[in-house]
Every structure is written in C-alpha cells, then in structure tokens.
Ligand binder design. Sequence first.
Ligand SMILES: Nc1ncnc2c1ncn2[C@@H]1O[C@H](COP(=O)(O)OP(=O)(O)O)[C@@H](O)[C@H]1O
Ligand code: SF4
Ligand SMILES: [Mg+2]
Length: 424
Amino acid sequence: MAEAILEVRDLHKHYPLTQGILFKKQVGAVKAVDGVDFELASGETLGIVGESGCGKSTVAKMLVNLEKPTSGSIRYKGEDLTKLSPRALKAVRRNIQMVFQDPYTSLNPRMTVGDIIGEPYEIHPEVAPKGDRRRKVQDLLDVVGLNPEYINRYPHQFSGGQRQRIGIARGLALQPEIIVADEPVSALDVSVQAQVINLLDRLQAEFALSYVFIAHDLSIVRHISDRVGVMYLGRIVEIGTDAQIYEHPTHPYTQALLSAVPVPDPEAREHRERIILTGDVPSPANVPSGCRFRTRCWKAQERCTLEVPLLAVPAVYRLADTPAKHDSACHFAEEKQVVPPEDALAHAGPLKETAAGTGPAAEPPGATLLKKEPPGPGPDLDLDEKTGEKTGDGTGDGTGGEDADGGTGGEDTGGGTGGISKES
Ligand SMILES: Nc1ncnc2c1ncn2[C@@H]1O[C@H](COP(=O)(O)OP(=O)(O)O)[C@@H](O)[C@H]1O
Ligand code: SF4
Ligand SMILES: [Mg+2]
C-alpha cells in the first residue's frame, strides 16, 4: 500500500446519556463509534459500509472535525489532528473536506450556488482572493459538469443530481487532498447515481484525491473502492481489498451483507445461499459482551460471549497464501464465497450511465443500485442531469430560456480543469 495519508487509531465517540434536570448525572453512553482503526493511502478510495446507525456518519464527522472524538487519534500525514491547536487545525482541515448525504437539505436554500460554493473562501481567503472568487466558482461548476452561468441560481432550481454536483464543487473549493463522502448517492434516483459516482471517479484521477466513501450498501462501494471496511455497531469488523471482501469474506456479518447484494444472473441468483439475519441491531447504548455481532450470528458459541474478537488476520490464515488473509474480527473466521466470482468481478469498473429521468437505469451486471425516491419537492426546472439542458416545461423563475444553451463539460468530456489545480 502507498504511504498512508490518514491513519485512524482506536477512535471512539461516546455520547453521554444523562438523567435529572438540575443535576445531570451520566447514566450511560451511546457508543456511536467504539474503537475504529483504518488507514487511507494517498490516492486510494476506502469504502466504509454498514447498516444504518452503525456509526458511519459519526466517523465521517470526526474526520472533518465536525465532532470531537471521545478518544483515539486521527493522523493526517503523521500529525494527530485531535491534538492540534485550533489555529493549526484550521490550516490542516482545509485538506480534508466532506460531501454530505442529502443534497436536498445540505445546501442553504437562501444562498445562490455561487455563494454556497464560494463560502469556504470566507474562512480560507488565502485560497482565493475576493476578486478571483467568481471565476474560481465558475471553474468549479464547469469541473463538476454544470453550466458556469448558473452561478446566480438557487438550489431549488436544480435536480437532485445537480445539487449533489454543487455539493461536490463546494467540497473541492479549497483544493483538498481527502474527500469524505457520506452516502453521496443514497438520496438520489437510481438513474442519477451512476453519473455522480462516475463524476467522483473522474475527479479523483484529475485532482489526485483520496476518498473515504461511505455507503449502506456493498454493491455501490464496489464500483469506486480499492479497499472496503465493514462496520457493525461502532466498529470495523472486516477490512480488505475489494477482491478480498467481495470474493473471500471471512466475517459472518460481511457474508450476510453480501448475500443480500442483488445478483444479475437469474440462474446464479436462484442457486445462491441467502443468509437472513435474525433479530434487531442492538442499541449502541447497550453493546453485547464479547463479540458485538453475537446476538445475530448463526455461528455464535460460548467463547463469543466471553471474548472480544480483535480485528486481525485470523490465526488459520496467518501463514497461508490466500486472499482470505485479511483483517477480520471473528473467533471463527472462515472464508465463504457468497457472491459468484463472475458477479463479484462484474461489480468492478465504471458504472454505465443512462439518461436522467428515463426511468430505472438499464443496469449493467453489477449496477445493482438501490432505488430510492428523492425526498422533498422536485426541482422547479426539469434539467438534464449532465448538461443542465432544459428537458421539460420550466415553471420556476422565468429564467428557463437560458437553459437552452446547455451546460459545459458533461461527464464524458472531462469538464474544465481551471481553478482547482492541485498544489504540491
Ligand atoms: N448527537 C448524538 N447524540 C446521541 N446519539 C447520537 C448522536 N449522533 C448519532 N448518535 C447515535 O449514534 C449512532 C450512530 O449514528 P450515525 O453515525 O449517524 O450512524 P450511520 O451514519 O451509520 O447511520 C446511532 O445510534 C445514533 O442514534
Ligand atoms: S466471534 Fe462468534 S459471534 Fe462473533 S462473528 Fe465470529 S462466530 Fe459470530
Ligand atoms: Mg449516516
């Protein structure tokens, strides 16, 4: 692995549970993140996957300093961010930016797109002097495949995918090295998810970015990740290269998650084993003793109640030359192929895109994305995801006419390159 740009060790975030009004007494803690370790190499994408509530967003927020860890360290190029003075932290933080989950609620509806994307320059004026900001923002719009002339519009005038492009442009404004993307496509329609993932892929190559890409679904991260970490109840339970996780999973929880990933081949689908997990995810305020997965694990034994399994290469594979030799927090870790190898392979590589708004995507094998209706009211203008071209009757602000000239730099043209060239 290339040199680690980010090293996370024994990271915890416990939210205190209190009782009493005047004299608050701590009676417990929500262990949202409870001992997470991982590294991110320069230029790589680490996918983090797990069910809702397992602590993914809390990890993301700690990486970008929106939450303070209860304990543990986050080293960026060797420097522990949890120990820096506020001034030193501000300088370093510029390099780690976040793209949020829901483009419908994460953009301030009262600000223009130009002000939203340019807002980080208020905190870091050294990146873009005032006179230069408008041009930089327009360059950023171009880079993410939106028409630079949209700079004075408001978020409600864009579709979900376009809003997420605005969120990505904002994330790029300070020329970061690391982007933490927290479920960046979960709120988007299936026909748009591929476009946004492919945009992130292209930007990574163009600007040498490293990504922490969070998702609740294993099928999405496969397309973009070099390595994948699987989280359960505040901890990473298995981590490895995408081939190790998808083709040679050793943790029962990963195997269960994989068994729920849709398989495109109907015959393979019919013959494969489905692992149905019983019971609910325990509360992070009341984590089971020993292995935290034991209350839902079909392999659980007495040892699992008594001993916490460490995230390490299982003893049985330590001396072997096999892809099963990767970190897994299970006393009885054992390789089990859940997704047929040809399907596991099909999950790699770029996603095929379909025109937005044409209904469900004609999915290539592996483009097994979850269908989710975008929340909130639809956009005023029916704009083509990629080009910004008006595709329906605009009823918005009467500016619809200017859409006809379309966008600049769609997905396939590579977009512009100005404004956010990397500093070395
Ligand atoms: N500010 C908070 N106070 C108390 N509990 C919280 C807070 N933020 C998150 N949690 C709890 O921490 C757990 C992990 O949340 P989160 O990181 O948002 O999970 P995910 O992103 O994986 O869905 C959840 O049980 C959530 O309810
Ligand atoms: S340690 Fe035990 S309970 Fe935990 S995953 Fe392994 S077999 Fe299941
Ligand atoms: Mg979340």
